[in-house]
Each structure stands twice: as C-alpha cells, then as structure tokens.
Design a binder for this molecule. Structure first.
Ligand SMILES: Nc1nc2c(ncn2[C@@H]2O[C@H](COP(=O)(O)OP(=O)(O)O)[C@@H](O)[C@H]2O)c(=O)[nH]1
Ligand SMILES: [Mg+2]
Length: 316
C-alpha cells in the first residue's frame, strides 16, 4: 500500500517524479491510475483556470505572459496545454514559448503539452486526471489552454473553476467568441491583441452584448483588454482571476462548481471507458459478422442487433 504523504513528498522533492506520473496517467497505465486513487483525497486545493478561445487568439502567448507575471510575484503555477497540433493556425506550441522564456529551470513552473491529434476521444477524461496529479503535487494555480469548442472542449472547460474566454481582432468577421457560443461559459472575457486594429470594436461589441445580458447569479463578467505580446493588461487579468476565485468562495459557489465538474468528469469517463470497451470487444464478437449480414438482409433490426450486442458487452 502506497502512502499519500510519501507519494506527495516524492512529487515535490524529485523533479522527475511528476512528469513520470503524468505520463503514466496520460497513457491510462494502471500503475499511474492506482497512484492517482491514493492522491485524489488530497486534491481540490488548486484553483483551476481554463483559458479558451479560437486558434490564433493568443492563448499560448497570454499564458506565457501570465506565467511571467505570476512568477515575478512568487506564485507557483502549472500549465496544461491541450495542443490541437494544427499547422494551419500559425499558433506556436506553448512549450516553445516557455523555452523561449528559458523558464524550464524554474521549479515553480510546470508545463505540459498534451497532443489531441490522433487521440480517439477521451481527451477531457485524460485532462481531468492530469489536473488531479498537478493539484496533488501542490500547484495552487493550474492553467489549462484549450480551444474550448466541440464536446471535448466544453467538457474540459467544465473542469475549470474560472473560465477565461479569449477574443482577438483579425480572426474573421464579427466577434468569434459570440459566434461560437463560448461567451456563455466565460467568467472573464479577454480581448487580446489590444495593439491591433479592430480591438476597440471588439471591446465595444462585447460590452454591448453583456450590457443586454442579465446573469442569473448577478455577477458582472469583467472584460479585460490585453496585449499578450508585451504583457500589457496581464496584471489586470490576474486581478480578475483572483477576484473570481474570491467570489467563488462565497455562498457555496465553489462547491456547486466542483459538483458540476465532477458530474462532467464522471460522465466523460463513463463514455470514454464504454467506447474503449466497444472498440476492443466488438472485434472479439465472432458472431458480429453474422449479425451484420442479418441486419443488412433485413432479417434483424439494427435496434435488436444493438440490444443483443449490449447484452454480451455487459456479460463480459
Ligand atoms: N500583435 C499581437 N500579436 C499577438 C498577441 N498575442 C499573440 N499574438 C500573436 O498571435 C499569434 C497566435 O498566438 P498564439 O499564442 O500561438 O495563439 P493560440 O493559438 O491561441 O495559442 C502568434 O503569432 C502570436 O505572436 C498580441 O497581444 N498582439
Ligand atoms: Mg496555443
């Protein structure tokens, strides 16, 4: 039996222990998942911030600027970048930006990229597990960079205590965040690339959109202008994040939020495990070819076929 205290002590003192555990967990290795079970009761201390927005809006650049600002005030931060590995956006991989800043020797920062390409579902499930590992390792602040759209993106955003939605001029007509529906999940809205033409228009449009909205919880969503490239506005963003964290600590809001996160995590986990089982086991159904031809020849209805396969799945 592994002791949680000893495990956490090793994560803190041995710089190789955390990346190694993260790799085990990311690969669904039972050794890592068993350790995570031991650690889980010790998690829940970190404040989790999701940074989401369209490709090219400046998420990676902004996170690098946030890291710089936070480290200057001595705060320890972990970053999880869900890298869409898209060569189209011109967006640099976060790791490159961090390396550029030569922060890799800084023990107060932990950065990990996770490729989404080639992964068959389960991204939110794997992300949640990594967040728990970073939380257990004692990082008080965890930033997650994610595109935020699609089922995976929405599920990842649901893990966060604070969701920061990024908007930037020059990405297309109108305000992207409004079009994609991202604004609805945002606790803080950032108009990045404030140095670029069109930033003022975006700010005006967003302020107008929020002036019309009447949030059920009565909280006014702050709209912050940043120039991630220079660090302008980053201090105001840190203040907005801290303010939201403090707001969550009243009236049971954080508990409510965590229940939503746990619910999302359980449901994505159920789907991920179930999909994996279907993929693995349908290959082993020797009678699957028979069922397929019976459905194709109209002898058996698809609904009956699925019911019979489900019975076998449950029995195995
Ligand atoms: N002018 C300007 N360019 C920026 C700013 N922030 C990011 N960029 C550039 O926008 C591009 C996309 O940034 P990136 O951080 O990779 O975006 P991501 O895809 O959202 O992670 C890069 O070329 C950045 O250098 C900014 O504040 N001003
Ligand atoms: Mg990026």
């Amino acid at each position: 039996v592994v002791d949680a205290d000893a495990l956490i002590e090793r994560l803190v003192s041995d710089s190789r222990a955390l990346p190694r555990l993260a790799t085990l967990v990311e690969n669904d290795d039972p050794r890592g998942l068993d350790l995570l079970d031991v650690l889980y009761p010790r998690t829940g201390q970190a404040h989790i911030v999701g940074v989401t927005g369209p490709p090219g809006s400046g998420k990676s650049t902004l996170i690098a600027a946030l890291l710089k600002g936070l480290r200057e005030t001595g705060r320890r931060v972990a970053v999880l970048a869900i890298d869409p590995s898209s060569p189209l956006t011109g967006g640099a991989v976060l790791g490159d930006r961090i390396r550029m800043m030569e922060r890799h020797a800084d023990a107060g920062v932990f950065v990990r990229s996770m490729a989404s390409r080639g992964r068959k579902g389960g991204l939110a499930w794997a992300t949640a597990a990594l967040v728990h590992v970073l939380d257990a390792a004692g990082y008080p602040l965890i930033l997650i960079e994610t595109v935020g759209t699609g089922q995976d993106g929405t599920d990842i955003a649901a893990l966060a205590d604070t969701v920061v939605v990024l908007e930037a001029p020059g990405l297309g007509d109108g305000v992207q965040a409004i079009k994609s529906g991202l604004l609805e999940v945002g606790d803080i809205v950032v108009v990045n690339k404030a140095d670029q033409p069109g930033a003022d228009d975006a700010l005006r449009l967003l302020r107008a959109a929020f002036a019309l909205a009447h949030p059920a919880d009565g909280r006014v969503v702050p709209i912050v202008a940043t120039t991630a490239a220079t660090g302008e506005g980053v201090a105001a963003l840190v203040a907005a994040i801290d303010e939201h964290a403090a707001w969550l600590d009243h009236d049971g809001r954080r508990i409510h939020r965590r229940e939503h996160a746990a619910r999302t995590e359980i449901l994505t986990g159920l789907r991920t495990v179930f999909d994996g089982r279907v993929d693995r086991q349908t290959g082993q159904f020797e009678h699957l070819t028979t069922i397929i031809s019976r459905v194709a020849s109209r002898e058996l209805s698809p609904r009956r076929a699925v019911a019979s396969l489900l019975d076998r799945l449950a029995g195995s």
